[in-house]
Design a protein around this ligand. Structure first.
Ligand code: ADE
Length: 265
C-alpha cells in the first residue's frame, strides 16, 4: 500500500470522492425517440455499444463516448419489439433509467426530449425549458395520501447558473402516458402548475430519486396543447425543427456541465 499522502493514493481518493467534491464525470442521457436521440449521438460523436450492458433481448440502446472531460452515455429505449415504433412513455423510461443507473453508476441523469407546452403559461413552439419539478397527471387515486403518491411530485436538480448562463426558460413538467389530453388530465396539469407536458419525465425522476442520482430535465416544445391545432398533427409538423433546437441545447448544457461540480450548476 502507498504511504499516506502518496500521489497515487490522493488521485484515487479524488476519483472515489463524493460527486459534490469533484467535477461531474459520468452522465446518462435518457432520450425516448430515435429522431430526438440521433442528432445528439452525432453531435457528441458517440458510438453504439456492441456489447450491451442491458439484459439480452431488450431493445434498449446505449451510445457512449468521451466528450471533453465527461463520460457520456446516451440511452434510447429502442423500438417496440412487436410494433417497431419508439418505446415512448413512463414504463420504458423507468426501466431504462433503472438499468442504466445500475450498470453505469452515473453522477447525473439528463432526460431530454420534446414536450407539449401551454401558451397560457408562456410556452412557444421551439422553446427549451429546464424543468423545476415533475409530477404525474394521469395517476388519479382519490384516497388520502395515495392521491399524493399518484401525483408523485419530485424536484429536479437545481441548476441556477446553467439557466442563467444559457438563458433558458424554466417551468414545471407534468407527465402522463398519452400524447393527447383529456379534460381530467388538463385539470391535473393545471393543479400541477405545469408549463410543459411530456410522457417520461416524472417516471425518470421517480427512479433517479429512488437510486439517489440527481436528474436534470431539458424539454423542447413541439406543440401547444392549449391551442386549436390537433396535438399529433402539430407535434409531427414541428418534430424535425424542434429536435434540431433540442440537440443544440443538450450540447450547450453538456458544455456547461463539463469540469463543474454540482454546487457550480
Ligand atoms: N411530447 C411532445 N408533445 C407532447 C404532448 N403534447 N404531450 C406529451 N408528450 C409530448
Amino acid at each position: 500500500m502507498a504511504p499516506p499522502g502518496d500521489k497515487s493514493e490522493a488521485s484515487e481518493e479524488a476519483m472515489v470522492a463524493e460527486p459534490e467534491q469533484r467535477p461531474i464525470s459520468t452522465i446518462v442521457i435518457i432520450i425516448a425517440m430515435q429522431t430526438e436521440a440521433l442528432p445528439v449521438v452525432n453531435k457528441l460523436q458517440l458510438k453504439e455499444d456492441p456489447d450491451s450492458v442491458f439484459p439480452p433481448g431488450v431493445p434498449w440502446v446505449r451510445y457512449y463516448g468521451t466528450y471533453k472531460d465527461l463520460n457520456i452515455n446516451l440511452i434510447w429505449p429502442g423500438k417496440d419489439p412487436t410494433l417497431g415504433v419508439d418505446s415512448v412513455g413512463t414504463v420504458s423510461s423507468a426501466l431504462v433509467t433503472y438499468a442504466a443507473i445500475q450498470a453505469l453508476k452515473p453522477d447525473l441523469i439528463i432526460n431530454a426530449g420534446t414536450a407539449g407546452g401551454f401558451k397560457a403559461k408562456g410556452a412557444n413552439i421551439g422553446d427549451i425549458f429546464v424543468v423545476l419539478d415533475c409530477a404525474f397527471h394521469d395517476r388519479r387515486i382519490p384516497i388520502p395520501v395515495f392521491d399524493l403518491y399518484g401525483i408523485g411530485l419530485r424536484k429536479a436538480c437545481e441548476t441556477p447558473n446553467l439557466v442563467k448562463e444559457l438563458n433558458l426558460k424554466v417551468g414545471k413538467l407534468s407527465t402522463g402516458d398519452s400524447l393527447d389530453m383529456t379534460q381530467q388530465d388538463e385539470a391535473s396539469i393545471i393543479a400541477n402548475d405545469a408549463t410543459v407536458k411530456d410522457m417520461e419525465g416524472a417516471a425518470v425522476a421517480y427512479v433517479a430519486e429512488l437510486l439517489k442520482v440527481p436528474a436534470i430535465f431539458i424539454k423542447a416544445v413541439t406543440d401547444l396543447v392549449d391551442s386549436d391545432k390537433p396535438t399529433a398533427e402539430e407535434f409531427l409538423q414541428n418534430l424535425a425543427a424542434v429536435t434540431a433546437a433540442l440537440d443544440q441545447a443538450v450540447e450547450l448544457v453538456i458544455d456547461f456541465i463539463n469540469g463543474k461540480r454540482f454546487s457550480q450548476l
